[in-house]
Design a protein around this ligand. Structure first.
Ligand SMILES: Nc1ncnc2c1ncn2[C@@H]1O[C@H](COP(=O)(O)OP(=O)(O)OP(=O)(O)O)[C@@H](O)[C@H]1O
Ligand SMILES: [Mg+2]
Length: 484
């Protein structure tokens, strides 16, 4: 077409040059306008996003498994990974953390921070990395933030989420059951309310079991049956719309086995213990946080509830409400509300145990029927309790009954001796004759002391009565004089 019209060429070329010149000029204009209108940062973002569009997507997907879900609740996947990975350590790992508790049969190891290991599952390759981030000065956290990075080919995403992670959880559960790793949790706090406020744990190594706790066999049987019924009745609790929880109040003098019984319950049920010291908590909000972050299948223990001054009784609480401190203070109603209300909606298979040396000092609201399902009196040592201790400490059973057992059984209940005192006496020496003779003299001494104390107390009452009679002649109820 061009060839057939030679005159057209110069016109076309000049048109092209002028078109190019005007295009270049417009581009420069656009550029200078964008430079002026779009700030530098946004420009960089747009250009990096555009670049990203044209670079191929990485084939690796990394899942982050943090130790805490939010700030307070433990992430069960993290705990499971910790257990699961112990069995996966390869000879190439460069740094390990090792530990062993008396109850563990073997040394257990875990990868140290920034170490990696590779696992395979159904032809998938999975890379684990343990990461610890130290707290920054002035940051939100005062403790190491720990997490695992789990990396794999992104095409396996569904399989990892639906098969591999559930497999890790199931494996960890099996390892835990096999090792009977019960935990004892306490709040990470000091008396100035410092610390992370999170639960920290050690392995619960308390050797107490229902076989070793000295108490009346009938009472022991009732407790075991109660616990059995509780764990069996998941469906029942659901059907009647009640929270799957059970409360026990253990009361009795020091050294009668309250803490030993709690450990026996934990060992029997395979439940971890959360030991909550109310004095380390300063507000209802903190209490809520602490309780919400406990796990299922656990026993929450609040010892010496009568000593927790702030929550002792409602009057004190009402008084406090008038002061500015009220908002910060831990209140009895905060505690009770939690037990009754919030607790109902937060998890399953929870046991709560209160202990006290003085049941009579507790607020009636705490003792109301329905609040604590079972009140257990941990009394001074009974004949039944003595037989358990004699069997545990000296190997004395019905078949090889010792000649002093009868005398001890006759003396023990009137001596008001605690199982702790009996245990101490029996542990003193290996020789059963000497140990039991020692116990007989302890019981006799205690009995005399007790009678003397009783006599002294009744004398005191008599003296007071006589004194009052002298000052108020009508103290015996004879008010004839007043009437006349
Ligand atoms: N009923 C019991 N059966 C077996 N051992 C016991 C019993 N009571 C006490 N003991 C022995 O005495 C020690 C102290 O008992 P424990 O701590 O269980 O008493 P407690 O009632 O919790 O006391 P406190 O009120 O001071 O907390 C235990 O380690 C255990 O050896
Ligand atoms: Mg105790």
């Amino acid at each position: 077409m061009f060839a057939s019209n030679p005159t057209a060429m110069p016109t076309t070329a000049s048109t092209m040059f002028s078109a190019y010149a005007s295009f270049a000029a417009s581009m420069m204009l656009v550029r200078s306008i964008t430079d002026q209108l779009i700030p530098g940062l946004l420009r960089t973002y747009i250009s990096s996003s555009l670049r990203h569009l044209f670079t191929p997507l990485s084939t690796t997907l990394t899942v982050v498994i943090e130790e805490y879900d939010g700030i307070i609740a433990r992430n069960e996947v993290f705990d499971a990974a910790e257990l699961y990975l112990r069995a996966k350590i390869s000879p190439l790992t460069e740094r390990l953390r090792v530990s062993k508790t008396p109850k563990q049969k073997a040394i257990s190891s875990a990868i140290d921070k920034n170490q990696e290991l590779v696992d395979t599952f159904e032809n998938m390759k999975l890379k684990w990395k343990f990461v610890c981030v130290e707290p920054k000065n002035g940051g939100h956290y005062s403790y190491d933030k720990r997490h695992y990075d789990l990396s794999f080919h992104r095409k396996h995403k569904e399989k990892v989420m639906e098969c591999y992670l559930p497999y890790v959880l199931a494996k960890a559960k099996a390892i835990k059951e096999e090792e009977q790793f019960l935990k004892l949790f306490t709040l990470d706090r000091d008396e100035n309310s410092r610390g992370s406020g999170l639960w920290k744990s050690i392995n619960l190594e308390h050797p107490s079991t229902f076989d070793t706790v000295a108490m009346e066999p009938e009472m022991k049987k009732r407790i075991i049956e109660d616990l059995d019924r509780f764990v069996r009745r998941k469906e029942f609790y659901k059907k009647v719309g009640k929270a799957w929880k059970r409360g026990y109040l253990l009361y009795g003098p020091p050294g009668t086995g309250k803490s030993s019984l709690i450990a026996a319950m934990a060992n029997y049920l395979n439940f971890s213990i959360y030991d909550l010291e109310l004095s380390s908590i300063s507000s209802n909000t903190e209490l809520r946080k602490a309780l919400l972050s406990t796990s299922n299948r656990s026993i929450l223990v609040i010892e010496d509830i009568d000593c927790s001054v702030e929550i002792q009784n409602r009057e004190a609480e009402e008084g406090a409400f008038q002061s500015n401190k009220s908002k910060k203070m831990l209140t009895l109603s905060g505690l009770l509300n939690f037990i009754d209300g919030l607790w109902s909606s937060c998890g399953d298979e929870r046991i709560i145990v209160f202990t006290t040396n003085h049941k009579d000092r507790l607020d009636p609201a705490l003792l109301r029927p329905g609040r604590m399902d079972m009140h257990i009196n941990m009394s001074y040592c009974t004949a039944g309790g003595f037989n358990t201790l004699a069997s545990n400490y000296l190997g004395i059973h019905r078949s090889n009954r010792h000649r002093l057992c009868g005398e001890i059984e006759g003396l023990i209940e009137s001596s008001e001796v605690t199982p702790a005192e009996v245990a101490e006496e029996l542990m003193r020496i290996d020789d059963a004759d000497v140990a039991l003779e020692g116990l007989v003299s302890l019981l006799k001494r205690k009995k005399v002391e007790r009678n003397e104390a009783k006599e002294e107390a009744s004398n005191k009452i008599e003296i007071q009565y006589v004194k009052r009679q002298k000052t108020e002649p009508n103290v015996n109820g004879d008010n004839q004089n007043m009437l006349s």
